[in-house]
Design a protein around this ligand. Structure first.
Ligand code: NAG
Ligand code: NAG
Length: 344
């Protein structure tokens, strides 16, 4: 009896032990399953979480230090992929604090006080997996250099950037989005030399800078070109021949007059969306038949000039209006009418 009891107990005990270890394995496997992270790394990561930050146990590769009034970057744990530091008072991107943060994929530093002088030597370059870098609303005066070749998105809007160091984009073959809006870039800063190396760029945003001419040296892969809010007065003839993929073109709020728009410059089959609102055009530019959206409100277009345009024939065919009836105020309706071309 005693032996049976013992054996029952030991069998029960071993079953309990098995169950217990199963549970333990499950709790160890949990984080591994959640973010593909080995247990030792998981523990090291959670233990190294800076006291100012939040490190969610079920999302251990993310470290949240945003909106904390931080004046400097805390020591970042080594296995961090996603680091959120936006909305703080950080002035310096310190190589020491980021020493172990070499696995970062995503770094958000928006709305801080980082200056170009505050970028310590090689600090970004050391992050050899970094794909997304956000540094909007800081105090940078130059595009940070050097940058890691892994970058896909670089957002530097609303800084004080007036310089793009020559060759800074060399080797950045993965970069497809570059946002430089709201800076102080002048014509001599955006050149073939400064943009060299962007072999896969899709979108470039240069809105709200101080450009007075169309930027030179844009990559031939450019699909979306945003230049609103500059002082651009003219477009060189054949400008878009160098940009065979351009489809979305925004030039609202510039100083384009019809004299500055050569006859066929927008007659380009790749362009789908052309925005020319708030300029000084006196004639409707010639467009290609493939255009889907045309924005022309707030120009000085006089009704007579419509008869010159293919575009006008389209409107007549569609709306049974005569060109004579079109006035500047009618221009507000044009977007909608052109848009309907696709639906009709
Ligand atoms: C980097 O990691 C090492 C080893 O885990 C640790 O001793 C050191 O304090 C860390 N440094 C920083 C700045 O986090
Ligand atoms: C617009 O471009 C097309 C294609 O290049 C060309 O065939 C056509 O003649 C151009 N339109 C005018 C009015 O020049």
């Amino acid at each position: 009896m005693q032996t049976t009891h013992t054996s029952w107990r030991s069998r029960f005990g071993s079953k309990m032990a098995l169950l217990h270890s199963l549970l333990c394995i499950l709790c160890l496997v949990g984080p591994v399953l959640s973010q593909d992270m080995p247990y030792e790394e998981y523990m090291a990561q959670i233990q190294a979480c800076p006291k100012e930050c939040h490190c969610p146990p079920n999302f251990p590769r993310a470290v949240y230090c945003d909106n904390k009034g931080l004046k400097s970057i805390p020591k970042i744990p080594p296995h961090t992929w996603y680091l959120y530091l936006q909305n703080n008072l950080i002035e310096v991107l310190s190589a020491d604090a980021l020493h172990n943060a070499t696995s970062l994929r995503w770094l958000n530093l928006n709305r801080n006080k980082i200056t170009s002088e505050g970028l310590e030597e090689g600090v970004l370059n050391a992050m050899s997996h970094l794909a997304h870098l956000y540094m909007d609303d800081n105090l940078l005066s130059s595009v940070p250099s050097p940058l890691p070749a892994s970058l896909e998105h670089l957002s530097l809007s609303r800084n004080r950037i007036s310089k793009i160091p020559a060759g800074v984009f060399n080797g950045l073959d993965k970069l497809n989005l570059l946002d430089l809006q709201g800076n102080k870039l002048m014509d001599d800063a955006v050149t073939e030399v400064s943009l060299k190396g962007l072999n896969n760029l899709i979108q470039i945003n240069l809105a709200k800078n101080q450009l007075s001419s169309m930027p030179l040296g844009l990559p031939t892969t450019t699909t979306q070109l945003f230049l609103d809010g500059n002082n651009i007065e003219k477009i060189p003839a054949g400008y878009f021949k160098g940009l065979p993929k351009v489809a979305f073109l925004r030039l609202n709020h510039n100083k384009l007059g019809s004299n500055g728009v050569p006859k066929n410059v927008f007659n380009v089959s790749s362009i789908l969306d052309l925005q020319l609102s708030h300029n000084q055009l006196t004639e409707v530019p010639l467009i290609s038949s493939g255009l889907e959206h045309l924005h022309l409100d707030h120009n000085n277009i006089k009704s007579k000039s419509y008869s010159q345009s293919t575009y006008c024939f389209f409107l007549i065919a569609m709306t049974h209006l005569s060109c004579r009836f079109m006035s500047v105020s009618f221009m507000h309706l044009l977007n909608r009418i052109v848009y309907q071309r696709r639906i009709l």
